[in-house]
Write a protein that binds this ligand. Sequence first.
Ligand code: HEC
Length: 203
Amino acid sequence: MTIRTSLSVFLATAVAALAAACGSSGKGAAAPQSGKSDVMDKMMGEGMAMGADEGSTFGPLEVGADWQTYTKVNREPVTSPTHGGRLVDTYVNDVGLAAYKTEDQPMPVGTVLVKTSMEVKDGTPTGEPGPVFVMQKREAGFNPDHEDWYFAIRWESPPERWKAKVGGPFYWRSPSKKVDYCWQCHENYDRFLGQVPADKRAY
Ligand code: HEC
């Protein structure tokens, strides 16, 4: 096999794996078993290995810091196979709320989406807070290839079993390469939105 062929086979496999992970958000999708590395957990480990870049210094949450004033759009916590099998809640600020509830209205500039998460181990919530995931719709030109979305992940208190992998508290956000894997999956969805599973929507 030539190098070129093996590269394209590798790429096709990687894309298929990512697409499978992205498609597993439907209802009834099983949470990954603990110990089995899913896309999210693998990417978090790789992000750590990439070294520091712009948008990777730790500090208080910037975009989305006021998420407690937003509207929660899920009725009960949702098991998110694409976010490490964690239990998640999704919050939308006033700017984006009306559009988020539709299937197709463009998301207005200034929309902020915050997803909080709780750790799950062996299928049982542990009570430990997981990472906070943030998306923000920025003005045209911020990131034209990715519909001008900003992404961030911040984890203030990774539990002991995570420390070896992620090194401790971290906060990665655009333009850091460490959040590229966010849009690599989100770009598969209309408006870049994964959306709350239909049976868990509070709207
Ligand atoms: C493998 C696919 C995949 C990856 C990687 C991924 N997401 Fe998601 N994301 C989804 C899906 C599916 C949903 C909707 C269901 C859910 O909440 O799990 C979602 C929902 C969200 C939401 C709620 C708003 C919405 O409806 O889309 C935010 C915020 C979010 N993700 C941020 C992030 C960030 C930040 C990263 C990277 C650190 C990331 N995601 C990585 C698939 C992914």
